[in-house]
Design a protein around this ligand. Sequence first.
Ligand SMILES: NC(=O)c1ccc[n+]([C@@H]2O[C@H](COP(=O)([O-])OP(=O)(O)OC[C@H]3O[C@@H](n4cnc5c(N)ncnc54)[C@H](O)[C@@H]3O)[C@@H](O)[C@H]2O)c1
Length: 296
Amino acid sequence: MVLVTGAGGGIGRDFALLFAAQGARVVVNDLGTSVAGEGASAGPAQKVVEEIKAQGGEALASTDSVADWESANRIVKVAIDAFGHIDCVVNNAGILRDRFFFNMSVEEWRSVIDVHLNGAFYVSRAAAPYFKSQNSGSYVHMTSTSGLIGNLGQANYSAAKLGIVGLSKSIALDMARYGVRSNCIAPFAWSRMIGSIPTETPEQKARVERMKVMETAKIAPLAVFLAGDDARDVSGQIFAVRANELFLMSQSRPLRSVHRDTGWTPQDIAAHGMPALRQSFVPLDRTQDVFTWDPL
Ligand SMILES: NC(=O)c1ccc[n+]([C@@H]2O[C@H](COP(=O)([O-])OP(=O)(O)OC[C@H]3O[C@@H](n4cnc5c(N)ncnc54)[C@H](O)[C@@H]3O)[C@@H](O)[C@H]2O)c1
């Protein structure tokens, strides 16, 4: 039994469809909201449930928000009441409120942190007692290269998505003793979330055409793998998926060190420490500066 949040469209819908096609019973959670998180509708979750049933699968809709502790508990309760246990939680629900940092409002900050970071915590935490008592379970969280690498105008989203990486690693450490695993996926996919890129010039049009090969359905096989027994020794990792490419992403480790027997003064740091460390500085780059080739 698998619970997928934000499964009424985009990447999450394809998670739900593939899990169901592979024989899992699925709770399709989706608030049915806009990219900015405005409004709500039961339609998207219900529609995906109908698609799964039409394929011969078993699924149930949940339209509660992940962004609140009480309603996140209701999402997990729906799953337990209907199916008795829970094997995998996929934290996928998300919104965007892009704005340059110097103009970002508290509301824009808070709403994005609430859905992504707090939502992932709430749903994961609500499922934890079941995973613990079963001595099994798999968490799959959507992170983003906006957090792992960087992007303009997404301080709220980048912070939330990097926060999810810390959450996932902590869950992996704390719950390893119960056979519970936790991993992150940074997807690249042509969904409504990135579908608002302007296409005025021929170059922009060509770039967007190339991005369309990043189908949302390409992310699902990795999530299904991470949920299953073949991934029993995979935990605490960060993967990325872009069309037909899979990546294992790095995690922070010391790159270089300097040492001085007598300790450091600010002047020593300027004269000796920083010039040595500078050799390993990470450039102030964005996702597209690192993923410089077209999706394959
Ligand atoms: N598309 C990409 O290239 C990309 C890149 C990096 C990360 N991601 C992440 O992947 C996930 C899926 O994104 P997508 O591109 O499919 O976007 P999407 O907008 O198509 O899907 C997100 C879904 O989440 C639902 N949702 C929003 N707030 C919710 C809430 N509070 N409770 C329950 N459901 C809620 C929405 O109704 C929507 O159906 C997100 O976490 C996103 O940040 C996507």
